[in-house]
Design a protein around this ligand. Structure first.
Ligand SMILES: [Ca+2]
Ligand SMILES: [Ca+2]
Length: 127
């Protein structure tokens, strides 16, 4: 089978709430019309990602899942005060269509799930 690699742009917004940041390892899986692609780690070498109030941006050159339907976000809950307040995830898919996946809650740290499946907002906007 031919593997079709494509670029996804991913942005994560960490909420500006006390202890909202995390040093856990975070992964994304794309679900689309051609199946699932992932999980892939979201990490910028040499940077401290997912800190309170931060907007982090990643480019992934990975299998194309086709027309994007949902994403999974996973985190492994490692590190001190591992709980992560994830505001939203914005994805620009290989066809250059932008999606916003709102969450607005905790992941891990005993306050939330370590894996969530997120559907795109109707408006497509992240604010
Ligand atoms: Ca935290
Ligand atoms: Ca961090």
């Amino acid at each position: 089978m031919e593997v079709k690699l494509a670029d996804y742009q991913v942005q994560t917004k960490t909420g500006d709430v006390h202890n909202g940041g995390t040093n856990a390892n975070v992964f994304i899986t794309f679900h689309g019309s051609d199946g699932a692609s992932g999980p892939y780690e979201l990490d910028t070498p040499g940077e401290n990602n997912f800190e309170q109030g931060d907007l982090d941006a990643f480019t992934l050159h990975v299998d194309n899942a086709g027309a994007l339907e949902s994403i999974d976000i996973q985190m492994d809950d490692t590190g001190t005060a591992s709980g992560w307040y994830l505001q939203w995830v914005r994805v620009t898919d290989p066809s250059n269509t932008q999606f916003c996946f709102p969450y607005g809650g905790w992941m891990g740290g005993g306050d939330g799930p370590t894996q969530v499946n997120l559907k795109p907002s109707d408006s497509g906007d992240c604010n």
